[in-house]
Design a protein. Structure first.
Length: 472
């Protein structure tokens, strides 16, 4: 009778514990932090899109690998202090279950795998992982004991995770997302340190002991951490509420050219005149306001809580060479009109300091140019316009028609308050060339300057920059 030799019980147990020790040193529980990579796809409402989900999962795996690599490096660096620590001494490297050499080899392998995966998914994600490795490396090796700096680095680690999913799948990362995620990361970092210090204080620990738990805690007070935590929470919540993340499909934050005082409005983009009329009739008590290219300096093209028409979808125009006029939708920009009419020998009669204004905006603000004293403002060149009034009716307005001229002039410079301009016909200047001929003239004194400027007021020639040199 043969007997089966007993299984070598000790050997597999040792192998298992070695593998387990390495896995434990990689701190898989901390991988839960990496679910932050799904934040950007979630915020964009694209998480379930396969083209976004799969790269995001790849980014999650890459972050698990790279973060484990940095934990291993960190524990190798701290091996002596961890051995003297009542709790950290049981960490696999401090306990001698994993040698420092083995830990560094595993860290290198994990880092290479993480970067290879990240760069395969997208070079930008690779860049995010490199940044994470640099920040975390700087934290572990040099800066972890420096209060405030280590807090910022901790927050950076969260922020880089938060943008990783969006970067991996090519989703645009808005400035709002960065503000919310940035201050949200600071909130998490300050809250983490606050919790550590609070626990220590409640356990009766001294500031000396706080250094034993985490050296950087010596540099904080509970009041300071509570303050940072509170401010970060306030900014995160405020930015989130103001951001488009809270907006419905048509809600947008609008500003003027100065980009101050944003206000949220329901933005509609009509593509026909009938849509303009229908939307006016459906508008609530706050009514509607037309908006062109938003180049007005203040808040003229904003109407918080109301409906704002983005008129730029209506931008057809037609040049009538015989009459030297152009008939344009209100959303057509002076820029696009100039591109078409200059080669045909025409120019708009009045240009503001920017070409990126719409015909509707030019009329509503009755813009002036540098030739204002000769040609007047834009409205002086408008032959007629089609306006949809507050009841949704179309009105043809003309400066020469006695029944509509009052409404016409109220609309010119009326800043959109008399109705929505949907179309206008205006006169053009005939030009011989789009090139300029520049003469430099030396003037004797200020009277001479003024005289030459008046001489140049023929509408063709315009005096430009004048440099005055005063000699004693
Ligand atoms: C760099 C720069 C230089 C400038 N230089 C000059 C200058 O030299 N001279 C000058 O006069 N201005 C100047 N401006 C101001 C600019 O020309 C005006 O603010 C112009 O109204 C902007 O046109 P917009 O299409 O961007 O209109 P928006 O800023 O979108 O709207 C301006 C106003 O027009 C109303 N509006 C727009 N479209 C319609 C429409 N279809 N129907 C009814 N109302 C409408 C809006 O309700 C709002 O009240 C300058 C602006 C910038 C940014």
């Amino acid at each position: 009778m043969t007997s089966t030799p007993p299984a070598p019980a000790e050997q597999p147990t040792n192998e298992r514990s070695a593998v387990r020790a390495i896995v434990a040193a990689m701190r898989p529980r901390q991988w839960t932090k990496n679910v932050l990579v799904f934040a950007a796809p979630l915020a964009a409402g694209e998480l379930l899109n396969a083209d976004v989900f799969l790269p995001s999962v790849g980014a999650f795996v890459a972050f698990c690998l790279i973060s484990s690599a940095t934990y291993l490096v960190n524990d190798v660096r701290d091996v002596e202090s961890d051995r003297a620590h009542p709790v950290k001494c049981s960490r696999p490297i401090a306990a001698g279950e994993v040698s420092t050499t083995k830990a560094l080899i595993v860290a290198a392998v994990l880092a290479v795998l993480a970067l290879a995966l990240a760069f395969t998914i997208s070079p930008a994600l690779g860049g995010v992982l490199v940044a994470y490795a640099v920040f975390t490396g700087a934290y572990s090796l040099f800066l972890k004991n420096e209060p405030v700096i280590e807090l910022v680095l901790l927050a950076m680690g969260f922020l880089l995770r938060a943008i990783a999913g969006g970067v991996a799948s090519g989703l645009p990362i808005s400035e709002w997302f960065l503000i919310v995620a940035g201050f949200g990361s600071l909130f998490m970092a300050a809250g983490k340190r606050y919790g550590e210090l609070d626990r220590l204080v409640r356990d009766g620990g001294s500031s000396e002991q706080s250094g034993v738990v985490r050296a950087s805690l010596r540099g904080y007070t509970l009041g300071y951490l509570r303050f940072v935590w509170g401010v970060a929470a306030a900014v995160t919540i405020t930015a989130y509420c103001e951001s488009p993340l809270m907006a419905t499909d048509n809600d947008r934050l609008l500003t003027g050219w100065g980009r101050t005082a944003p206000s949220r409005a329901t933005v509609r983009s009509p593509s026909t005149y009938d849509e303009v009329a229908e939307a006016i009739q459906e508008a609530g008590p706050r009514g509607v306001l037309a908006r062109g290219l938003g180049r007005s300096y203040g808040d003229a093209a904003q109407s918080g809580g109301a409906t704002v028409f983005d008129m730029t979808g209506l931008h057809r125009f037609e040049l009538d060479i015989d009459s030297g006029t152009v008939t344009a939708d209100a959303g057509a920009s002076i820029d696009e009109i100039l591109r078409a009419i200059v080669p045909a020998g025409f120019f708009v009669p009045v240009t503001a300091g920017t070409r990126f204004v719409t015909v509707g905006g030019a009329i509503a603000a009755d813009i002036h140019g540098k030739n204002h004293h000769v040609e007047g403002s834009f409205g002086s060149h408008v032959v007629s316009m089609l306006v949809v009034d507050g009841t949704g009716h179309e009105l043809v307005l003309s400066p020469t028609d006695s029944t509509t001229k009052d409404m016409f002039w109220a609309t010119v410079g009326g800043m959109g308050l008399t109705g929505v301009i949907v179309e206008a016909t205006f006169r053009l200047l005939a030009i011989e060339t789009s090139s300029m001929s520049v003469d430099t003239v030396r003037c004797h004194d200020l009277d001479d300057v003024m005289a030459r400027m008046i001489e140049g007021d023929d509408g063709v020639c315009s005096p430009g920059v004048i440099t005055l040199a005063v000699s004693s």
